[in-house]
Every structure is written in C-alpha cells, then in structure tokens.
Design a protein around this ligand. Structure first.
Ligand code: FE2
Ligand code: FE2
Length: 149
C-alpha cells in the first residue's frame, strides 16, 4: 500500500515536509516496481536515490535545528546516523542481489530477493522517525515561520 503524507506529520517547515513527501514518493516507486516484473530491475536505482535523498534531507534538517538552537539536536543527529547506516546496509544487500546472474536476468529471482519485508522495514524506519522525532520540531519551527517557510 502506498504511503501518503498527512497533515499530522507536519514539522512546521514546508521545505522539510516536501522532503518527507518526496521520500515517501520514492518508497511508493519501489513498491510499484516490485509488483511489476519489467520494472523490478529499476529497484537498485530507486534505492540508491532513497539513500542519497535521505542523506541530503538529514543534513538539511540538522542545519535547521542548529539555526533554531533545537534542544534535541544531538539525539536527533545520532538517530539520523543510525537510520542512514541501516539503510546503507540494506542497500548493500540489494546491490549484491542485483549483481548476481540470476538477479540481472530473472526478474522473478530479483523480486524474491528484494523481499517485501525489506521494503516494509525500511519504510517503517522512515515513517516512524518522521512521526516520532521530526514532528517534535513543530512547536519550535512555528516560532520561526519567516526563517523556515
Ligand atoms: Fe529527522
Ligand atoms: Fe526528516
């Protein structure tokens, strides 16, 4: 099922919310590709994009937190590092599967290797982080609407 952004997930910054929507969108692309045999080969690329954009987004979010003197900055930054590390480990697994002969030539083998559990796991990490930690910035970012539209 696709992930949909909802207003309860707002951080108080339109820019950061846009990032979250885009990350959800990449997950939805991966899920769609998984259910379509001729699209499965694109999954490693989508996952690579997910890693790159997550990295970029985390840096942006941390910069915002530094600018507002966010009290939870260090804890939040450490959680970002843990999350990114886990996603990179998953990405390494995906690249290994895709690099095998079976992975390249047989979409069904590739699909089985990707396993929906992997996707669900990664997705729950991101959604959980946005819902539990990023929304904690809302009261602070609301105080700086002009700085962080
Ligand atoms: Fe975050
Ligand atoms: Fe975030």
């Amino acid at each position: 099922m696709p992930i949909l952004w909802r207003p309860q997930l707002t951080t108080g910054s339109e820019r950061l919310d846009q990032d979250h929507k885009y990350l959800f969108c990449i997950f939805n692309c991966i899920e769609l590709a998984l259910s379509s045999p001729d699209q499965i080969r694109h999954i490693p690329l989508f996952f690579e994009q997910l890693i790159d954009y997550t990295d970029e987004h985390f840096s942006r979010e941390e910069q915002v937190q530094l600018q507002i003197g966010y009290h939870g900055y260090m804890e939040h930054k450490m959680e970002h590092q843990r999350l990114l590390e886990r996603l990179k480990n998953l990405n390494d697994d995906i690249k290994k599967i895709a690099a095998t002969d079976e992975g390249i030539n047989h979409p069904d083998v590739l699909a089985a290797g990707f396993d929906k559990d992997i996707l669900n796991l990664a997705r729950s990490w991101i959604i959980g982080h946005v819902a539990k930690m990023d929304t904690g910035m809302l009261p602070y970012l609301k105080q700086h609407p002009a700085m962080f539209p």
